[in-house]
Ligand binder design. Structure first.
Ligand code: ADE
Length: 226
């Protein structure tokens, strides 16, 4: 999968994909991430990409021409399955969306800044508007990094058996059960006996019950989602 990201602060997007599972996905050529500097696509002086909002009011708006120049230039060589705009007024991102994006070939993400982007870009180029939660970030970069991470780890071949996504929270609309590792007894706080029993059927049953109880208690809203 290829993910292209248009940003005015490309440096912000270097480290998030340079470690751990994202690094492995890129090293294995299962994921390609390219960060495109929007300022390379403006024809305005001093690499300007934003301007005052028509009608007045505080805050700048990202101009249409640099964004369209960048998008159309990228579209010359790549057909995108989706052009995603990261924005607090978008649809809230969740695991189901990550699952479905992970099966796509090419995604383009656009990081907003200031008061947002000229509405005409949204009308004519954006196919999905996504928020990562009900709070406002200073820009879309961290949101794009969240999406790339959540999607990238689900690309077939990225995770191995040990890190399998099938047992993640939110898959099957359940939170994950509690997990333990050595030592068996720490200050008298013991690992549940069943996990040491070697009986895999019992262990699976215990995990399933714990997952259900945990979800009922903490996130009853996801239990009968979709
Ligand atoms: N840009 C600013 N805030 C955001 C959010 N919550 N989600 C996605 N993009 C954003």
């Amino acid at each position: 999968m290829k993910i292209d990201i248009i940003s005015v602060i490309p440096d912000l997007l270097q480290s998030p994909f340079a470690h751990s599972i994202m690094k492995r996905a890129r090293d294995k050529n299962l994921l390609e991430v390219n960060v495109i500097n929007l300022r390379d696509y403006t024809t305005y002086a001093r690499a300007q990409v934003d301007d005052y909002a028509f009608g007045g009011g505080a805050g700048m708006v990202m101009m249409i021409e640099p964004l369209v120049n960048a998008i159309e230039s990228l579209q010359k060589t790549t057909t995108y399955d989706d052009v995603i705009f990261l924005t607090p007024d978008g649809k809230t991102f969740n695991q189901q969306m990550a699952n479905s994006f992970s099966l796509k070939n090419n995604l383009l993400m656009i990081c907003g800044h200031y008061k947002g982007i000229d509405e005409r870009v949204r009308e004519h180029f954006i196919t999905k508007e996504i928020s990562i939660g009900d709070y406002v970030l200073s820009g879309g970069e961290l949101a794009a990094a969240v999406l790339v991470d959540a999607i990238g780890r689900l690309i077939p071949g990225v995770l191995n058996d040990e890190t399998s996504a099938l047992t993640d929270s939110f898959q099957d609309n359940l939170l994950a059960p509690p997990v333990y590792t050595r030592p068996v007894d720490f200050r008298g706080w013991k690992v549940p006996d069943v996990l040491l029993s070697g009986n895999h059927k019992l262990i699976e049953e215990w995990r399933h019950t714990e997952a259900i109880n945990r979800t009922k208690e903490r996130r009853p809203d996801i239990m009968d989602a979709d």
